[in-house]
Design a protein around this ligand. Sequence first.
Ligand code: PBG
Length: 340
Amino acid sequence: MLDLKPPETLLELPVRPRRLRQSAVLRESVAETHLRPADFILPFFVTPGQKVAEPIAALPGVYRHSVDGFLRQAERALGLGVRSLLLFGVLPEAAKDPLGRSAADPAGPVPQAIRAARAAFGEEVVIYTDVCLCAHTTHGHCGVLKETPRGVRIDNDASLQRLAAMALAHAEAGADFVAPSDMMDGRVAYLRRALDQAGYSEVGILSYAVKYASAFYGPFREAAKSAPSFGDRKTYQMDIRNAREALREAALDETEGADMLMVKPALAYLDILARLRPQTQLPLVAYQVSGEYAMLKAAARAGALDEALAVRETLLAIKRAGADLIVSYYALEAFELGWL
Ligand code: PBG
């Protein structure tokens, strides 16, 4: 006969959370967060020319590809189920001017890549394009400049026209989403109107709504040849100390007509993702930026940690914090090598 007395306090109850961790199969069945190929957006740096594949020293394993190489890599990604692509154009110095006119060139590398991907993959692929002037301006700022009594400043409203011209060139080439990353005020509303007026009401806007002035963009600026030639981006990108401001930026962009919202960088801003998640019903995107990738690569190469496990852990953290989609330079490698 059992000799059990009823527990006298709650703490006497045999609470054993470890029961749910006893085997890999059981853990899998109760796992709350999953990473699928469809959760990822893979970035590409597209450059003019043919058969160009330039390794980027600051981003080991990432290349600047001409359209032919981009198509080959995209095909590899598609084979793994990673079917969302984010395109950045990289131009030679000679193609730049203070207004970033090359950004709207229909013969530029990004419009060409869009047409080629659409022709090759049709609706099997979702094409996002970065909309920003920094890789197209001689000064490397994300907007155009103006002289003011207080010195050279970013001309917010004049920048909107250039950004809209860029977005239209992408829409015309067949992009699914344009993704403004410039952080000018009012650009989502402006792009929405420009797209609608030109007949591209079906082209969506993924807004880099919450983009901090971060040290973690360093490797990207080498990759895209887009570092500012003077000053920094703190008059348009967000102050890293602010969280309430992020919720405000996101709410504004949603009101202006954004279809998806992005938080960037990802790992150092999980609190922002988690706070933004209940504020919006839109899909949330997090960008695991170049510096996050470079940091993991460097630590792995130094033998400091297991790359597969660390990559999985950081990507899971981003998803768990509230991201629906993750932009990551690891998206191809991680699925190819079975890390996730
Ligand atoms: C363009 C842009 C940047 C990134 C995405 N779009 C760089 C910047 O703002 O300087 C960063 C992406 C990364 O670091 O991977 N403005």
